[in-house]
Design a protein around this ligand. Sequence first.
Ligand SMILES: Cc1cc2nc3c(=O)[nH]c(=O)nc-3n(C[C@H](O)[C@H](O)[C@H](O)COP(=O)(O)O)c2cc1C
Length: 251
Amino acid sequence: MPNFRPCLPLDVLSLSPLEIEAYVPGDPDGLYAGDLASLRKSTRAFLDAPLPDGTVPHLLTTARRAPSGANLQPGKFIAVEGDARARLSAALVEAWRAGQAEPEDYDYFPRPMPMHLKRRQLAAAQALYGALGVERHDRAGRDKQFERNFNFFDAPVALIVTIDRDFGAGGYMDLGMTLYGLMLAAHREGLGCCAIGALASYPGLIRQTLGLDERSSIVCGVALGYADPAAPVNQTTTTRCELDDYFTTIR
Ligand SMILES: Cc1cc2nc3c(=O)[nH]c(=O)nc-3n(C[C@H](O)[C@H](O)[C@H](O)COP(=O)(O)O)c2cc1C
């Protein structure tokens, strides 16, 4: 691989368009967006430390610089706090423990899952449960970790991400870019986060508990806060498939 460093400073996410235009590529003191992308990973255990006031609006304002088709900027982020958060997590845990199922607002995974994707899914699960020392056949151990999704991994900030139900795949794609912008901006601020697709299993329950209207499709949750560096779960390291698997040239 060539030693390619994208010519954008690390804090590009917090720059205005004018500042970005004025940026001098090759600044030797600059940190790079590519570094940020390489260093980010999912955080699933957090310190019991509040975020400075205004952190979430700041991160979201930055993330919202993401591009979107026709600049429609789909999606909403809802911070769930206090009693509402306690009620939501209790309802989700109860539903999950009871084995309740409801129709999801959107399809995430291909059904059936082809073998090459199953292998990637398994590798991610092994990375997670391996870091925790949970054996493959330890159902109780895996369930315990899975249940933590519904408590937002005890993060100081719990977000629910929604999109208007009339949006199709393009809107989800745009919202995904904002989500990634949020992850990178959080990392830039020394914070960790994890998207929680597991919440999309209970869209009706989430709408009902939070009093959301029927137009709000539930996309995922986000847990955000200062990563606990000592937590085994935060030692999870995932890999990526080879370039040849997803890049080709046709002449
Ligand atoms: C939209 C989305 C939903 C996710 N949902 C969950 C989830 O419910 N629980 C979880 O532990 N991790 C979840 N993840 C994290 C992925 O497992 C993780 O991104 C992937 O394994 C790659 O690891 P990395 O983020 O550490 O690079 C989700 C990630 C994304 C982008």
